[in-house]
Design a protein around this ligand. Structure first.
Ligand code: ANZ
Length: 968
């Protein structure tokens, strides 16, 4: 029988009042019940509203603490999920005990693909499964002892919630970005500008003369939510289009790993690119992990460069192509041009036949340029942008038969189409400078195109100035010098790269041949999905196909019942398929007669049948926690200012702490910032950023055991025998991996709670290591925290009689020091989310108390221990607090405050140096005087050995931390 088992059964013998599993569970269930009944964790809003409460409590300094809310999957929570939840809960409890009014709740991100896929397999409506899963999650979170305000919980599938998701969509639809003012404004103001003539229409006709459809098209070019025909990521295997953020580096769907194709489809987009600059610059105002900020910076990808205009075709026939380059300094080195295969100018420039001297390799084996281009386009359309851009990929392309003229020197260079140039970036056209760009270099080698060195490699750097002898391109930095760059029109030889960039930009600008520009890698956010289980768009189309917003009074637009809610999926490899929206299967819902309140009475419309992506609901949920029941406003502006408003000066406001996984770096975290900024511009919120401080929790991993074939075997059935791992008599291998069903290593929190109780589980998860670091789950190690709680219990309660055994005496000096040191350290650790070291310090103080004679633990020490542990282990905290004679919940007691006179370390480490080199470290009392310190340093064996009898010239003493000995 193991120790653990004897611990658990001993209660039936001589120690009926022991803290064992049965007792832990009894205590925990009782307090969970009590907290719920007494509304212990209700957070009062300031003011008079529905969620107002005790005004004194509402007046305390506020803290808004949030987790990334979970998607309620059918499998329930495993022990990895609650890591972040326990951390924010412990921190929230600590903040309550240090005088804060804490807003902390938990909602559910409940639209999404898995429920739909499950529905397809089982025939159950996604709402039914999702709601059942939410119930499971709620029960599990309750068992974890979470201090949430239940009134503030919601799910994104609740019509009362998605009504506001739809409302925000309409706000975005009805806005445009005024680049001069640097903010979003209502479309109505744009219409006024067109109507008054303050802003000319694209073709110069008065606004009043434009047809309704023409006006809709003009406004569509401005709206922040707009429908457009553009090449999108089409995933036949999932039956839906996807955002760039949902496609992996090798061009497959992040979910399901299906191929993704470029296909031209009419889809809704969000003009997130209008916010690129602000999304970038405001990253400097938030306290986020550097890795996430870098990921967002890279994703936004700001590039400064220039646009340069090349004439195309024969001189005088008027065609031109603008290229985008970040290396305008290399303009003299351009030896060919490349257009994206989709570039609209391609068809216009392709000649009837191949020009004289065209190389065989450039034609792709086709008889005419038109045929070559058509065949190449078809081939390119099956590849994703990411695939097309891969450095290592073999370069492909064909000659268009046309030539372009370099503006700086009049040189005629051949024009190619090649898929390494993307239509969606810059201008979709580049000047190729093979000597100084890696991809151009590879292409030029493959197609035998000339190269010209225009940036001098450093002398002695192992390469000369003839690129024909090089193995790769020479990129060259800001200080490198320009060569071979003189013509009748311009000379930049001898300038540095940076000087040359400025010079060329000025030259292009003066001649109207280009200008300096900034480009962003960020693309607009593809916002429609061909799914059932998502928010319907509050958009209808009239008989002319013009999109109209539903009036607010028609929200929420609820999801209709359909005969079949599964997405229509196709052969994953078949790029020539087209999505079909499940909502289109309900004709009664799609065809409607409505009065939109625009003075035109009832008219016939067709509803939009796409749904929103599952990121929509999580873009604004922080706001709903603040004011969950408001049915007149998204959020009361006063309450938003209170909980999220800027603190002072340049602060951009936001939630005080947001904890979640780093996998959302460029998805949720970018989208939510964008929506929040639109709401900020329109005056609905006072904070410009949603999440002020972000912490990424690590992942809990677990051992995966594999049999000889490499298949995972159930981890729970593996035994250790003589240092080997054995499953059903066979040796298996062991490695660390993600926790999950497919790896057969799921550990359920319910099982751990059943065995040791919630408080032990919470302590264990927090003690495993720093919050940000991934760590392996070790079921065997959980018992360590169980023992801590047992010892704590024994320090307060007599296990035989159940009586409280603390002594009403003053602690001795050593105990006082141990206590204040623990208070000091734990306070610091809790403030900085160092829960693991906080637990170590609590353990130390508890051990000190254990060493005192039985029944002699001073009351103040026992109470301190209980207060220190209760944010982490709230049930035992509450129970012992009650047993110690208090009638109030421990939840809002004052956290102990350290007395600095006792809290500081009594000893410090003193470094002893000989000629500046460290030779020894001494532990000395803080108050040691100079003479004594000198003596002790000189007597230290390591020091005498190092001196080797040498005569001493000088001893410098800086008590208590340094002694420096200088021999002659
Ligand atoms: C000439 C040149 C010379 C370039 C040189 C680079 C080095 P970032 O920094 O990512 O913005 N480029 C421009 N548009 C492109 C497109 N649609 N598809 C693929 N490549 C494109 O990169 C900007 C550079 O990427 C541009 O500068 C252009 O190549 C290429 F020695 O122009 B460069």
């Amino acid at each position: 029988m193991s120790d653990t088992e004897s611990d658990k059964t001993s209660s039936v013998t001589a120690t009926p009042h022991r803290y064992d599993t049965t007792r832990a569970r009894e205590i925990e269930e009782r307090w969970q019940e009590h907290w719920e009944r007494h509304g212990t964790y209700l957070t009062p809003n300031p003011g008079e509203g529905e969620l107002a409460g005790d005004p004194a409590e509402a007046a305390r300094p506020k803290k808004f603490i949030m987790d990334m809310f979970p998607y309620p999957s059918g499998a329930g929570l495993h022990v990895g999920h609650p890591l972040g939840f326990i951390a924010t809960d412990a921190y929230s409890r600590f903040l309550r005990m240090t005088g804060h009014n804490v807003l902390h709740s938990m909602g559910f991100d409940a639209f999404g693909l898995p429920a739909e896929q499950y529905a397809v397999q089982t025939g159950t409506h996604p709402r039914v499964t999702t709601e059942a899963n939410i119930q499971t999650y709620r029960a599990q979170l309750r068992r974890l002892g979470m201090g949430y305000d239940p009134r503030r919980s919601f799910a994104t599938i609740d019509p009362e919630y998605y009504r506001w998701t739809q409302w925000i969509f309409l706000q975005i639809f009805n806005s445009w970005y005024d680049h001069e003012a640097g903010r979003a404004r209502p479309v109505a103001e744009l219409v006024e500008q067109f109507a008054s003539g303050a802003r000319p229409t694209p073709d110069g006709r008065p606004w009043a003369e434009l047809t309704e459809a023409e006006r809709a098209d003009v406004l569509g070019e401005y709206r922040l939510a707009y429908a457009s025909d553009a090449p999108v990521n089409w995933c036949p295997g999932l039956g839906t289009v996807l955002a760039n953020e949902e496609v992996t580096a090798d061009g497959r769907s992040e979910r399901g790993n299906f191929p993704v194709f470029r296909s031209r489809l009419r889809q809704w987009n969000m003009r997130i690119t209008a916010y690129a600059d602000r999304l970038l610059s405001d990253l400097d105002t938030v306290e986020w992990p550097e890795a996430i900020r870098t990921a967002q910076r890279n994703w936004i990808g700001r590039s400064e460069g220039a646009r340069a205009r090349f004439l195309v075709g024969e001189e005088g026939d008027g065609g031109f192509v603008d290229v985008f380059t970040t290396r305008q300094d290399t303009l003299f080195g351009a030896t060919y041009m490349v257009l994206a295969p989709e570039h609209h100018v391609v068809d216009a420039i392709v000649p009837q036949s191949w020009p004289a001297g065209t190389r065989e390799a450039w034609t792709g084996g086709h008889a005419t340029p038109a045929e070559a281009v058509a065949a190449y386009r078809k081939q390119a359309s099956t590849k994703s942008d990411v695939e097309r851009q891969a450095e290592a990929k073999e370069k492909t392309g064909v000659f268009t038969g046309a030539f372009a003229t370099n503006p700086v020197n009049g040189e005629r260079i051949p024009v190619f189409v090649a898929d390494y140039v993307l239509m969606g970036y810059g201008t979709g056209a580049i000047m190729a400078v093979p000597a100084h760009d890696a991809r151009d270099f590879a292409f030029a080698r493959a197609f035998e195109l000339p190269m010209r060195c225009v940036v001098a490699p450093p002398a002695g750097g192992g390469r000369g100035t003839d690129p024909a002898t090089w193995d790769d391109a020479f990129v060259g930095g800001g200080e490198a010098r320009i060569v071979n760059s003189t013509s009748d029109a311009l000379s930049i030889d001898g300038l540095t790269v940076d000087e040359a960039k400025a010079r060329v930009t000025a030259w292009l600008t003066e001649r109207g041949l280009g200008e300096g520009t900034v480009n962003y890698r960020l693309r607009d956010w593809l916002f429609s999905r061909q799914r059932y289980w998502g928010e319907p768009f509050p958009i209808v189309y009239d008989e002319d196909g013009i999109a109209h917003a539903l009036p607010e009074s028609m929200l929420p637009l609820e999801l209709p019942e359909v005969a079949d809610y599964s997405p229509r999926t196709f052969d994953p490899e078949d790029a020539d398929t087209q999505p079909e929206t499940p909502l289109s299967r309900n004709e009664d819902w799609v065809d409607v007669t409505l009065d939109l309140g625009d003075g035109r009475g009832e008219r016939r419309f067709r509803r939009e049948t796409n749904t929103m992506p599952n990121w929509a609901g999580s873009c604004w949920y922080h706001l709903r926690y603040i004011d969950p029941r408001n049915d007149e406003k998204l959020v009361d502006p006063e309450l938003e200012r209170h909980w999220m408003g800027p603190r002072e000066g340049a602060d951009t406001g936001g939630v005080d702490l947001y904890v979640g996984g780093s996998e959302h770096a460029v998805l949720h975290l970018l989208y939510a910032r964008f929506w929040h900024k639109v709401l900020f511009d329109l005056g609905h919120v006072s904070s410009a950023e949603p999440y002020h401080r972000l912490v990424n929790q690590g992942m809990i991993q677990a051992y995966v055991y594999r049999d000889a074939r490499g298949f995972p075997v159930p981890a729970a059935e593996v035994v250790e025998r003589d240092g080997a791992y054995v499953h059903e008599g066979q040796r298996v291998s062991r490695e660390l991996g993600k926790i999950g069903k497919s790896l057969k290593n799921v550990v359920s929190p319910d099982d751990v709670i059943g065995e040791y109780g919630t408080d032990t589980l919470r302590l264990y998860e927090m003690a495993m290591g720093p919050l940000e670091v991934s760590r392996p789950w070790e079921t065997r190690a959980v018992v360590g925290q169980y023992r801590l709680l047992q010892r704590l219990w024994r320090n307060v309660v007599d296990e035989a009689t159940g009586e409280v055994v603390v002594a009403d005496v003053e602690p001795d000096e050593a105990t006082l020091r141990a206590m204040h040191k623990a208070i000091h350290g734990v306070t610091q650790d809790m403030n900085t989310l160092r829960f693991n070291t906080a637990i170590a310090k609590i353990t130390e103080l508890n051990n000190h108390a254990t060493r005192l004679p039985r029944g002699q633990v001073p009351r103040v020490v026992a109470e301190t221990l209980v207060l220190l542990v209760s944010p982490l282990a709230p049930h035992i905290g509450e129970e012992l607090w009650r047993r110690l004679g208090h009638t109030d919940s421990v939840t809002r007691q004052d956290f102990p405050v350290a007395d600095p006179a006792y809290a500081v370390d009594e000893t410090v480490t003193c470094v002893v140096q000989i000629r500046g080199k460290i030779r020894a470290r001494l532990t000395v009392p803080t108050g040691i005087d100079e003479d004594e310190l000198r003596e002790r340093a000189l007597a230290e064996p390591a020091v005498t050995a190092a001196l080797g009898g040498a005569e001493i010239r000088k001893v410098i003493v800086r008590a208590p931390k340094l002694v420096n000995i200088v021999p002659v």
